[in-house]
Each structure stands twice: as C-alpha cells, then as structure tokens.
Ligand binder design. Structure first.
Ligand code: ATP
Ligand code: MG
Length: 619
C-alpha cells in the first residue's frame, strides 16, 4: 500500500501546490495520468482543514468508487489527525452522496438492481412491441431522464425529432409511452433506479433549498471530473450555487464512459459557466517507468486533440513487453506462469527463462493486476490461476449478479435487515417461489424469523452457506460466486450496500472460499481507473476485443483507445501486453523503441503443470 506516512510527506511540486492553495471560486486541475491529481485533491482537503481552519462538515468530496472514498477517508484521518474530522466530512460517489441525502431527507426507498431494471424494461418493450434490446431501451430512458433534468423537456425534444425523422414520428411517440410505462412499473415496485437516485436529489435540492443541507457543499471537490454525466454536472451546479469553492480534477484523455452519456466536454462547459475559472496543468508523471509512459503517450497521440506533454520522473529502463500467445488458453497459461515468475515461484530457478538475463524483482501477488476488456475474458484466466495456485480477486459487476437465485437471495437478506422494505419481500417471493405456490409466504415468514436472530451475529458467508442449504442451492455456480464475494465483506449490511450502490471497482469476489490477504487483482479496463500497480498485464489485446466490436457495430475507436491508455498508465514498473490471434490495431501504435515483441513459450498443459508447481503447497 502506498498510503504510508512517506506518501503523505512527499513534497508537492509547484503546480500541485498552486492547486492545493488556490482561493478561487472555481479551480480545475487538468492533467495526465499519474501526475498526482488525486494526491493533490487529498492534500487540498488536508490544507483546508489544517491551514485554513475549514469545518469538516462543510466539505464534500466526490470520488468515482466507494473504495476510493474509503481510502481517502483513512488517509485524511492520518493526515489531519483524527477520526472525527474524517467522519464529519462528506466523501463518496455521486450515488452514495445522493442516497445519504435522500435518506436524511426522510425518503424511504430501495434501489432497483440491474436485474429488476431489465425485467421491467422487457415488460415495457413487450407491451409496446418495440424493436430494442433491454439495455438499449434502458439507455434510451436514461438519456431522456438526463435531458429532462437539464431543462429540455423530453416532449420538446420529441417534437424536434419528429420533424427530423418524419416517418418515424409514431415510433418516437411509442418509445416515449413505453418509457413512461417503465417509470410507472418502477413506482409500482416502490424502487428507484440509478438515475432516479440522482434526479430525486436534484429535484429535492431545487425545490427546497435548505440552508443546512447546502452547508456541506460549501467546499466541493470532484475527482475524475472527465467522466461525469450531464445530470451529475447539474447536481454539482445545484450543490455549488451558494457554495464557496469548487475544485475539480480530471483528464479528458481518460474519459471512458461516453457510452453512458458522460462527456469530456464537461471541462469546456465548466469554463463557459465559470469564466473566472483558475486552471492548473501538471506535466510530471510520478507513476510510470519512461517506456510505459512513452508507449501510452504514443498510443493516445493517435486520437484527436492537442499534443500531450508529460515526462516521466521514474528511472526504470525495462521496456513494455508485447507477447503473442498461440490461442486464448495459451495466453492465459502464459499469464499465470509469468505471475509465478514475478513473485519468485519455482520458474525463477530456471535462469534461461529470464530472457533479458537480469535479476527480476520479487513481487507479492497484490503488486500485480490483470486487466481485460470484458468480464467474459476472465474465464480461462481464473482456471489457469487456480491451477497455478495463485490467489486472486475479481473486481466488477459480473453476470452472476443478474441470476434469479442470487437476486432473490439478496432481496431476502435486505428484507430481513429492513422489514419495512416490503418491496424487497415481494421481489424475493417472486424470484424464489412460483406464484402459485400456496405456502410461499409461510415459508418466507419462517425463514425470516430464523435469520433475524442470526443476521447481526454471523458473518455474511456463514449466513449464505446456511441459506444455500435451506434452499437447496448447492449446485448453483452463481451462488458459489456470491459466497466467494461474501468472504470479503463480513457484515451483511455492508455487503448489500456495496452490491446495490457499488461502482465497478467496488464489487469484488475472491477466487476461492478463503479470504486472500495477498492476491492478484483481475478487473476490466474500466474498473482500473485511478489505480496503480507495480506490474500490470493487459490481456486479450486482439482484433474484435479492442476496439470492442459488438455484433456488426464497432465501438467508438477513440474511446476504446482511451480505455487502453487508462489501462497502460496503471503500471508503475512493468507492463505486459498479451494477445492471441489477430493483434489489435492499437498494438501497431506502440513504437518498437519502447517495446519488445515476444512469442509466449509453449507451456505444458495446465493439468501437468499443476503437479510441478511447488507453489501449490506453499499457499
Ligand atoms: P490518475 O489520472 O491515474 O488518477 P493521478 O493524477 O490522480 O492519476 P495520483 O494517483 O495522485 O495521480 O499519483 C500517482 C502517483 O504519483 C502516486 O503514487 C503518488 O504517490 C505519486 N506522486 C504524486 N505526486 C507526487 C509528488 N509530488 N512527489 C512524489 N510522488 C508523487
Ligand atoms: Mg487519480
């Protein structure tokens, strides 16, 4: 962990210091990866508290994940002396902050999980015979709600579209009706979806400007500003209308949520809305070895925009490795074997394996991350890591969370914890018992009283294990994954909260039933934002996956390039890019000067390797 005392004492460079001490109404730090933006934001909060004597209760910091919020809180606890200050400060994601705000305003609500959103979307689609997939439809709804919040009424928008599209007029009208129907269904279930959480907050805030509620936003700080969506932008403006200082940091080249309506143009909007804005740019990179940084900069220079200026301070001369494997399985085997080499497993003894002839640094598992474009790619990897005895944690919203039993189970425990939450009880009944089953409600009542006694005593995994026996779900692979996630969240309440409000990087599961104190991190490129690791693998950089092609449609190439850029710039010392089959076009954009091309050695099949790996006996 780099949040040691030393970290906190690292001296700020002049640009960082300028940002930390700025007294302007609005300050923006626009700078590349690893330039210390997040460090600057934390230092600024500490400066507000210690040097300027600002009350912690008038500070709000918005982070992109809850994990980042927790880290920030614990750093501040150490920096600014005391739990109390850190507690009184409002630190969290947009969703977390809104959820707390709504609860404190006396609103009772539950957040719809993605499974429920899809279910309701399907109903609306069927009723109006739309030719849209649920996810497309949900995105359409999200866009509508967002533009409405910005003051454009959807009706007006609709009219302009009608004029443009002519014959599709009735189609747009039908979509609008279906969207309204979806909203009724949500209301019927007494749940809010993710957008509603923000929109309700915005509405309450606009309608009842309460002096007390506004106080906490007097000093408002935002990390990863490039990824906020238009509603979040409106929220910031509403929160800040009587505020004193707004401080945002971000990097337009790391904007990777365009598909969800985010827009790096938010920087220009900010400049237009606050012409007196003070902008600070940072050009030193503290994170990455020169070859890593230069490779990433070469890649991103293929996007539009001005030339990116940034130089590396680290003195590491290892080149980026670009490794071709034969087949996806070969790529996974290579990755697992290479991880064992990095941490000094048995292959380390084999000097010839070390192609450059130099002694490698010995790493721990948690120094290493493997990043990929889609969750589905993790399948082979997990298999190979398990067989090599490598402990790992997978981060992200994975498909198992959409499964019926998993959802029903989560609603059940939600209901046990919050009996007033009738929506949860109803959803649980619907997902786990067929409607015609007569004794369903009785069974549920019995189970509730059984688990009520245990819920605050037992650890999450134990509760789930008992539940699996009670409901005879032993065979379900999805439930197994749920238990492996529970291992990391001992309190049920915290577990449920993470699953319902957690961002991609917050939700984690272990590769096994054991709690891994030291583990390799597996996650999507999206999930890796803001993080850093001494050694990073990026897996599956091949045509079709990067840029990702869905069906016949290919993604936004510039956004996909930014995504790889984000991934590459997570690495501090070593970056290993792997592919099999046809390479991604992006690999051709990394100059030979900074990289070396290799063929993965044909390794023994994993089953054989298992017997050879001493490491199995060591963990
Ligand atoms: P990203 O865009 O990826 O979120 P960032 O700009 O937020 O990156 P940080 O995570 O704040 O960058 O910092 C990157 C690394 O550089 C961290 O390890 C941090 O400790 C280190 N660092 C930042 N500023 C300094 C400094 N002035 N002196 C020493 N180390 C620094
Ligand atoms: Mg950062």
């Amino acid at each position: 962990e780099n949040s040691s005392g030393l970290y906190e004492e690292a001296k700020l460079n002049p640009g960082q210091e300028e940002a930390v001490c700025a007294l302007d109404r609005v300050t923006a730090v626009i700078a590349g990866p690893g330039s210390g933006k997040t460090k600057t934001l934390i230092s600024r909060i500490s400066y507000l508290l210690k040097e300027r004597g600002i009350a912690p209760a008038s500070i709000t910091a918005v982070t992109f994940t809850n994990k980042a919020a927790e880290e920030m809180r614990s750093r501040l606890e150490r920096l600014s002396g005391g739990k109390r200050a850190a507690c009184e400060m409002n630190i969290g994601t947009f969703h977390g902050i809104c959820s707390r705000f709504l609860t404190s305003s006396g609103l009772e609500f539950m957040v719809a999980d993605e499974g429920l959103q899809e279910e309701l979307a399907e109903k609306a689609i069927a009723r109006y015979a739309l030719k849209l997939s649920p996810s497309r439809f949900l995105r359409e709804i999200s866009n509508r709600k967002c533009s409405a919040a910005q003051g454009e009424s959807p009706a007006v928008q609709e009219e302009s579209r009608v004029v443009q599209e002519g014959s599709h007029a009735s189609g747009a009208q039908v979509t609008a009706e279906a969207a309204a129907f979806y909203q009724e269904l949500l209301a019927g279930e007494k749940v809010l979806d993710y957008d509603d959480l923000l929109l309700e907050t915005l509405r309450l805030f606009r309608e009842n400007p309460g002096a007390e509620a506004e106080k906490q936003f007097q000093y408002l700080l935002v990390d990863e500003f490039q990824d906020i969506n238009p509603v979040q932008y409106e929220l910031l403006k509403a929160w800040n209308r009587n505020g004193w200082e707004l401080f945002v940091i971000g990097d337009p080249d790391q904007s990777i949520y365009g598909f969800r309506g985010s827009d790096a143009g938010c920087f220009s909007r900010l400049e237009a809305d606050y012409p007196q804005i003070h902008t600070v740019r940072l050009e030193e990179n503290y994170r990455s070895a020169p070859a890593v940084l230069e490779s990433a900069l070469s890649l991103i220079s293929h996007n539009d925009g001005e030339k990116r200026r940034m130089h590396a301070l680290a003195k590491e001369d290892a080149l980026v490795r670009v490794v071709e494997a034969s087949g996806e399985m070969g790529e996974a085997i290579f990755t697992a074997k290479e991880i064992n080499r990095l941490i000094g497993g048995i292959d380390m003894l084999d000097v010839e394996e070390n192609h450059s002839g130099e002694q490698r640094r010995v790493r721990s598992f948690s120094d290493i991350a493997v990043l990929y474009r889609t969750h589905r790619q993790a399948q082979f990897l997990e298999k190979c890591l398990r067989q090599e005895g490598i402990p790992y944690v997978v981060a992200g919203r994975e498909d198992f969370l959409l499964e019926k039993n998993v959802r029903g189970t989560l609603y059940f425990f939600q209901y046990v914890l919050h009996p007033e939450d009738e929506a949860a009880g109803q959803l649980c009944l619907r997902l786990l018992w067929p409607p015609e089953e007569k004794t369903a409600e009785e069974q549920l009542t019995l189970l509730i009283s059984k688990y009520k006694r245990r819920i605050h005593k037992d650890r999450t995994e134990k509760l789930l294990e008992n539940w699996i026996k009670d409901r005879k779900l032993e065979e379900s692979g999805e439930m197994e994954k749920l238990v492996n996630a529970a291992v990391l969240y001992p309190e049920m309440e915290h577990f449920l909260e993470t699953l319902s409000l957690g961002a991609e990087g917050d939700i984690r599961r272990s590769g096994s039933r054991r709690f891994p104190a030291d583990a390799v991190t597996l996650m999507t490129l999206h999930g890796s934002k803001g993080m850093e690791f001494p050694a990073v693998f990026i897996y599956g950089i091949r045509k079709g996956l990067l840029p990702l092609e869905l069906g016949t449609a290919s993604g936004d190439v510039q956004e996909e390039r930014r995504l790889l850029y984000v991934g590459m710039t997570r690495a501090r010392e070593e970056l290993i890019l792997t592919f099999s089959g046809e390479p991604s076009m992006f690999l051709g954009e990394i100059p030979d000067k900074f990289s070396q091309r290799e063929q993965a050695k044909k390794e023994k099949p994993v089953e054989e390797a298992v017997q050879l790996s001493l490491f199995d006996f060591m963990v």
